[in-house]
Design a binder for this molecule. Structure first.
Ligand code: SF4
Ligand code: SF4
Length: 168
């Protein structure tokens, strides 16, 4: 049985602007509308994640084995818009994601995407096939990003400290 972690619960309540977490009455409207819950047959479940947060059940939320419970959310904001209690679900889930990263438990794809942005300044680096296609369509060339500038911003946000070490 999971243990209630009051410290974690109170911290979350304090960081959640307006403490909207406390307003959830478990109606499940969020889960009914969530596209990820639908395509995963409820494996991802925002109502349950809010309940676990409200109860401070840290061990059900974190841990590599629970990664999908948090990271399944695509931040589409559907739940925020539909919640009758105006619970700021995606803000709360962002706090959980931040904690997951602080614990070094983010999913592999997240670190590799972040590394790509850090190294190239873009989420999807330019490819010659795309460049050729753009030329065929008469589209203008894409200006290369200022990687140094992007890295300065990411370093200020300390993102570089979270990235895995590069193998030599
Ligand atoms: S829709 Fe809002 S009140 Fe209903 S379960 Fe989800 S978070 Fe709670
Ligand atoms: S923001 Fe996340 S939890 Fe809310 S509906 Fe979208 S995918 Fe589901």
């Amino acid at each position: 049985m999971a243990t209630i972690d009051f410290e974690f619960r109170n911290k979350l309540m304090g960081e959640d602007i307006g403490s909207t977490l406390a307003y959830c009455y478990q109606c499940a409207t969020c889960s009914g509308a969530c596209p990820v819950a639908q395509v995963t047959n409820g494996r991802y479940n925002p109502r349950r994640l809010i309940l676990d947060s409200l109860l401070g059940l840290k061990e059900k939320i974190f841990g590599k084995e629970n990664s999908f419970n948090i990271w399944g959310c695509t931040i589409c904001d559907t739940c925020d818009e539909i919640c009758p209690q105006k619970v700021e679900l995606t803000e709360i889930f962002t706090l959980l994601k931040n904690e997951s990263i602080a614990r070094g438990e983010g999913p592999e794809y997240f670190y590799s995407q972040a590394s790509t942005i850090f190294e190239t300044g873009k989420a999807i680096p330019m490819q010659s096939a795309i460049e050729r296609r753009r030329e065929q369509f008469g589209l203008p060339e894409i200006m290369p990003p200022n990687v140094e500038e992007v890295q300065t911003i990411l370093k200020a946000a300390k993102l570089d400290e979270k990235l895995p070490e590069k193998e030599e």
